[in-house]
Design a protein around this ligand. Structure first.
Ligand code: C2E
Ligand code: MG
Ligand code: MG
Length: 541
């Protein structure tokens, strides 16, 4: 600071000296100088020596002032250049050469203002790489950087010259494209071309990847009011549309629509509700009876999760399980429910089994089997009374990990069923990929039984497939006597469905079992002992 001041002082002094020298030269030098020149040429008398020296000194000062001026000039030019470069570096994302977030948003604001006054429009694309975290984790950050740089290059090559491209997050780019009114089709074509170009393969020493992107789009043309929109507001809308594209399968684009905002708001509320609900114990197990169709005897229960939400009431698992999976809370949620279910089932007759549904994500966790077995030990619940139900989607990823979990559980006596059979892409070979103990026919096939010949044939085919593989079968979703009769005619089966009752909470289940003398505990044991010989004959409903 003091050095800069001293330099500035010096510059003021130099300017003062230069001005004084010029004034002196103009006033004195103008008359003295010609005399000196004439004296040198020998045609006149030399002026006073002191005056001559003063003029010469004056000339030296002028030269000094001029040089100082020149130095200053080039110093200022250099400094300006350095500042420009520093500004450029600060504004640019080094990896991709795009604008960065800091500079991108004001730049978009600037072209929004320009477009607003020239009655043009701006389309904003929010571009996000699909599964970038996975690309990074599997191939390393260096390769991740290469993917980002390549994607940016491919996108830029397809944008009009007057468009802006900024990288505003790890794998998030935003581009702003000026366009005339009613140009949505042109923007869609650009989006399609960008999606297509980005997905060209990128080679890597360990293989090739074909990156995909999701694009959320918004245009000032969509806004019927004439208000000038801020960059942040448009980015927010494009972000919502991008999120919608992700939800709908990725590798696609969507235009922003107002109701998407409501969906996101609800989704965020549900997310917060689920997070808080887990610790508050709002998730509770319900139980659905499983029946031996031939004898009509109750053989066990399937535990079905419910969210007893103070805000939304009793919420079905189809709503909250996918969200819990996405926000990585499914294990915590499921394990709390299983602990509760094991406690509940401990009070039931020991011949009754407990089935629990397990998410494919839980089967990706190498510690899952150990934790489940520990829960069984802690609850004192025999593993051979437990059945876990998994869906076909478990068979599609990391099957090695799934197989080792299933094997550890089976070694301890836990049984494994293939749930919702027929709804996925099951093939005979997939049935062989895991050592299943049971197939559960999806309720969609059972619904029309006894009414629709095609359904009858389909269910018969599944049953004979199971028989061929020595796999017992449970039919889900038996709603009426017609479906039950059709199933009974097809052989020995277990079944469940609304015909036998809706899923019920732990208390109602316990009361039902008490009525049937199917409870353990001191009182139940007394009753059970007295009626033990009758027990096998009892039927449900
Ligand atoms: P699922 O395992 O196939 O469970 C059977 C579903 O069918 C249950 O729906 C049950 O209420 C319903 N259902 C039973 N009988 C009938 C019937 O006669 N007619 C009709 N229309 N439906 C019937 P719910 O409870 O809504 O569960 C839906 C799905 O959510 C379950 O399908 C299961 O895949 C999943 N789920 C439930 N609890 C859990 C859990 O704790 N963890 C995980 N990962 N998934 C769960
Ligand atoms: Mg199930
Ligand atoms: Mg099912």
């Amino acid at each position: 600071m003091t050095q800069r001041l001293r330099k500035a002082d010096r510059d003021v002094l130099a300017l003062g000296i230069a001005c004084a020298a010029i004034v002196l030269f103009v006033t004195t030098g103008g008359t003295v100088m010609p005399k000196i020149v004439r004296a040198w040429m020998g045609v006149g008398e030399a002026p006073d020596i002191a005056l001559t020296n003063a003029v010469l000194l004056n000339i030296a000062l002028l030269i000094f002032g001029w040089r100082r001026y020149r130095d200053l000039h080039s110093e200022v030019a250099e400094r300006r250049q350095a500042e420009q470069r520093a500004q450029q570096l600060a504004d640019t994302d080094e990896l991709t050469g795009c604008l960065n977030r800091r500079s991108g948003v004001p730049a978009i604001d600037k072209i929004l203002s320009a477009a607003h006054s020239s009655k043009e429009h701006i389309a904003l694309f929010m571009i996000d790489l699909d599964n970038f975290k996975q690309i990074n984790d599997l191939n390393g950050h260096k390769f991740g950087d290469l993917v980002l740089a390549t994607v940016a290059k491919r996108v830029r090559a397809l944008l009009p010259k007057n468009a802006l491209l900024a990288r505003i997050g790890g794998d998030e780019f935003v581009c702003a494209i000026p366009h005339p009114a009613r140009a949505s089709e042109r923007m869609e074509r650009i989006a399609e071309q960008v999606i297509c170009a980005v997905s060209e393969p990128i080679e890597h020493k360990s293989g090739i990847i074909e990156p995909t992107i999701s694009i959320g789009m918004v245009s000032t043309d969509q806004d019927s009011t004439d208000t000038k929109l801020e960059a942040d507001a448009l980015i927010h809308r494009a972000d919502i549309a991008m999120y919608h594209a992700k939800k709908n399968g990725r590798n696609r684009y969507f235009w922003f629509e107002a109701q998407m905002e409501d969906e996101i708001r609800l989704r965020n509320e549900l997310e917060t509700g689920i997070r808080n609900g887990i610790s508050k114990g709002e998730f509770i197990p319900y139980y659905e009876q499983q029946i031996d169709l031939e004898t009509g005897k109750l053989v066990g229960f399937e535990m079905l999760a419910r969210w007893n939400s103070p805000k939304y009431g009793l919420v079905k698992p189809e709503v909250f399980i996918p969200i819990a999976e996405e926000i990585d809370l499914i294990s915590e949620l499921s394990e709390k429910l299983v602990e509760q279910a094991l406690r509940d089932a401990n009070a039931w007759d020991p011949r009754l089994t407990l089935s629990i549904n397990i998410s494919p994500l839980q089967l990706q966790d190498p510690w899952f089997a150990q934790r489940l077995l520990q829960m069984l030990i802690d609850a004192g619940f025999p593993p051979n009374r437990l059945e876990i139900e998994i869906t076909e989607s478990c068979l599609h990823q990391n099957i090695g990990a799934v197989r080792s979990i299933v094997t550890s559980l089976k070694n301890q006596g836990v049984r494994i069923s293939l749930d919702d059979f027929g709804t996925g892409f099951s093939s005979l070979s997939q049935l062989r990929t895991l050592p299943f103990d049971r197939i559960k026919i999806d309720r969609s096939f059972v619904a029309d039984l006894g009414e629709d010949e095609a359904s009858n044939e389909l269910v018969e085919a599944i049953i004979s497939l199971g028989r061929g593989m020595s796999l017992p079968i449970t039919a889900e979703g038996i709603e009426n006597a017609r479906a039950l009769d059709a199933l009974k005619a097809m052989g020995e089966l277990k079944g469940q469905g609304y015909l036998y009752g809706r899923p019920e909470d732990a208390n109602t289940t316990r009361n039902r079992l008490a009525e049937l003398d199917l409870l353990t505990g001191e009182k139940a044991a007394e009753i059970a002992m007295a009626a033990s010989e009758d027990l096998d004959e009892r039927k449900v409903g």
